[in-house]
Design a protein around this ligand. Structure first.
Ligand SMILES: *[C@@H]1O[C@H](CO)[C@@H](O)[C@H](O)[C@H]1NC(C)=O
Length: 424
């Protein structure tokens, strides 16, 4: 047996003594700090008993909370409409209603800026087949919006291919970006169990804030705390308000209900008593009168005015809803896909929702430029461009004409888009 050199043994002894000392110091430090911590909190000085620890009052956790059995995630989510029987949320795709997207715009409005064609790019990349109406209206196509849609819904020459239970989705044409597909829309619409859903926004425009139309709207089911910057009583700033007023820029409903609704709406707008310029005044009045239902969770539509600071863009597995089967079913491949390769989608940082439509309403218009490039279908990243290009090449757009519909290629409608000069 070879004996160890004595210098080595000495070094070992010195080392273990040093380790021993370090351990001792650490243990003493922990004991000391624990004692000081508990002393600062109460007169109790002791070790180990964490029950003596009292956190600051506003963070006290109800001890009964931890006794409760874990509940399923969705009914608890304060920012989701999931409520009743979950089974209705999972019909097979073939049983979903189809969704028909109608966009009101005239040719002058469409060519005023790149905004309209960019919105079209988002719709096409997200799997939609937009139908444009009011194209030949000479002026104020915005005002003609409800009348144009009414005429379409009333005429078999336009609705012949649409079932009475299919969904009619009308959205403003150049300031709304779609980031999820018609299939996701159909499923989320079913979650609410309503005939018609209108976007919920924070401000009551154009009606007077003191009027019945603005004051007497239903309370939002969303938890107010979600939006509060401070939970102590204070005058709320507009950013802290819950979305509970109507925005008429995005609306969806069953064909037979939408027909009835737009007949009612236009009749009301043509009456003596109605004096607002466009249809949103009527939506707010009807909301106060309980004739309209809102997408309070902004799960379908998210109006950005006074709320855009709550939007974040994150790489997201697509489509994001658990009720939807993933297009990417290659388990191994998708599990190891780096997060940054997922397509970026807009997430609401307070509610956690990934809205289907991002609406740059009111004072959020300049975000149409600031946020261009944030979503995957406008991204500069080369991995997304071929997909967008392919979908744009194959995408279809239809126009409402005197006699029915005509089809046009996206390229001929929107020749200026950058995507045409980019890689296939
Ligand atoms: C249309 O108006 C009639 C009469 O007021 C009403 O009974 C009906 O519920 C309305 N329909 C819709 C879809 O708003």
């Amino acid at each position: 047996m070879t004996s160890l050199p004595s210098s080595w043994t000495n070094r070992m002894a010195a080392l273990s003594t040093r380790r021993y000392l370090i351990c001792l110091i650490v243990v003493l430090a922990v004991l000391f700090l624990t004692a000081v911590y508990n002393f600062g909190d109460s007169s109790y000085i002791g070790l180990g008993s964490s029950s003596s620890f009292r956190p600051a009052d506003d963070y006290i956790i109800d001890p009964s909370e931890s006794q409760r059995p874990p509940l399923p995630f969705y009914p608890l989510n304060p920012a989701s409409p999931f409520s009743s029987s979950a089974s209705s949320l999972y019909p097979p795709d073939k049983d979903l209603p189809r969704v028909f997207l109608f966009l009101p715009i005239n040719s002058a409005g469409a060519h005023e800026s790149p905004r309209f064609c960019r919105a079209i790019q988002g719709a096409i990349a997200s799997g939609w087949q937009p139908i444009i109406f009011n194209w030949d209206v000479q002026e104020q196509y915005q005002k003609h919006k409800p009348f144009g849609l009414r005429d379409i819904l009333n005429s078999p020459k336009y609705t012949a291919g649409i079932k009475e239970d299919d969904l009619i989705f009308m959205m403003d044409s150049w300031d709304v970006w779609l980031q999820l597909s018609p299939r996701v829309m159909a499923r989320r619409f079913l979650e609410y169990d309503e005939d018609i859903l209108v976007a919920a926004e924070k401000n009551c425009f154009p009606n007077s804030p003191e009027s019945h139309d603005c004051r007497d709207v239903p309370a939002s089911p969303v938890l107010p705390e979600l939006y509060l910057e401070d939970e102590n009583p204070h005058d709320l700033n507009p950013l802290e308000l819950l979305p509970k007023h109507a925005n008429s820029g995005t609306i969806i409903g069953r064909l037979h209900k939408m027909r009835e609704f737009y007949n009612n709406l236009t009749q009301y707008m043509e009456s003596e008593e109605y004096y607002w310029y466009d249809d949103q005044g009527a939506f707010n009045i009807w909301l106060a009168d309980r004739k309209v239902k809102l997408d309070y969770y902004n799960r379908l539509f998210w109006p950005a005015h006074d709320d855009f600071h709550n939007m974040q863009f994150l790489g997201t597995r697509y489509p994001p809803d658990p009720s939807i089967f993933y297009d990417m079913v290659d388990d191994e491949g998708s599990e190891i896909l780096p997060w940054s390769l997922y397509p970026p989608l807009g997430h609401h940082s307070l509610t956690g929702q990934i809205p289907i439509a991002i609406h740059f309403n009111g004072g959020s218009k300049e975000h149409l430029e600031y946020w261009w490039g944030k979503l995957w279908w406008s991204s500069d990243k080369s991995r997304f461009k071929p997909v967008v290009r392919r979908r744009m090449d194959q995408g279809k757009i239809r126009f409402v004409t005197e006699t029915g519909y005509r089809q046009e290629s996206i390229r001929s409608l929107c020749p200026e888009l950058e995507i045409w000069s980019q890689a296939r």
